[in-house]
Design a binder for this molecule. Structure first.
Ligand SMILES: Nc1ncnc2c1ncn2[C@@H]1O[C@H](COP(=O)(O)OP(=O)(O)O)[C@@H](O)[C@H]1O
Ligand SMILES: O=C(O)C1=C[C@@H](OP(=O)(O)O)[C@@H](O)[C@H](O)C1
Ligand SMILES: [Mg+2]
Length: 178
């Protein structure tokens, strides 16, 4: 009979990065529950502080969003106890954030373009996707893929399956690096 699931013994935050729709927010929440850690979603924190991201883009523009995103991420990476932290997909554009990620245990979640097309809907909550979400997603993926890989200690390849199965895969991958 299988014993209780052995959790990776980690004193650092586990930080999820990757393209829009890869499950950073949803899978991150489930991973945190599984590991008995707090879950922090930097976008949720941004919204609590500033209101909707789409509205912020309209009022202030993308570069103001990126500057504030960088501040929020720095604040939250300094979590008081080891947490699961889901970043927004564009966080890795910041060199300051990439430097901070070098101190963290970073997991890149990947997905296929077909999965993105199913998951992003009309893209209206993600202003960088504009009015042709799949084409924009493909271009943004190509622009950022190398940054995600450079920051990641673990890359979780695209796969079909439930959110819980994604959590299983991450826990296994973390055990392999620890
Ligand atoms: N493994 C999965 N299987 C099915 N749906 C998923 C899976 N991972 C994420 N989703 C769904 O895809 C959508 C986008 O996920 P989300 O966690 O917001 O991604 P991200 O934060 O990386 O942009 C959500 O509706 C979520 O429920
Ligand atoms: O990739 C991006 O530039 C963005 C991704 C979004 O987060 P998710 O990756 O959680 O969708 C959110 O931060 C914002 O809409 C911009
Ligand atoms: Mg998210």
């Amino acid at each position: 009979m299988a014993g209780p699931e052995r959790m990776p013994d980690l004193s650092r935050n586990i930080v999820l990065i990757g393209p829009m729709g890869s499950g950073k927010s949803t899978v991150g929440a489930a991973l945190a529950r599984r590991m008995g850690r707090p879950h922090v979603d930097t976008d949720h924190f941004f919204v609590a502080r500033h209101g909707s991201i789409a509205e912020y883009f309209v009022q202030r523009g993308e570069s103001a969003f990126r500057a504030e995103e960088e501040r929020v991420v720095a604040e939250l990476l300094d979590a008081p106890r080891p947490s699961v932290i889901s970043l927004g997909g564009g966080s890795v554009l910041s060199s300051r954030t990439r430097e901070a990620l070098a101190e963290q245990l970073v997991v890149m979640l990947d997905l296929t373009e077909q999965q993105a097309a199913q998951r992003l809907g009309d893209g209206s909550s993600r202003p960088v996707l504009g009015d042709d979400p799949v084409t924009a997603w493909r271009r943004i993926y190509a622009e950022r893929e190398a940054l995600y890989r450079e920051c990641a200690d673990v890359v979780v390849e695209p796969a079909e399956g439930t959110i819980d199965e994604r959590v299983d895969t991450i826990v296994r991958a973390l055990r392999a690096v620890h």
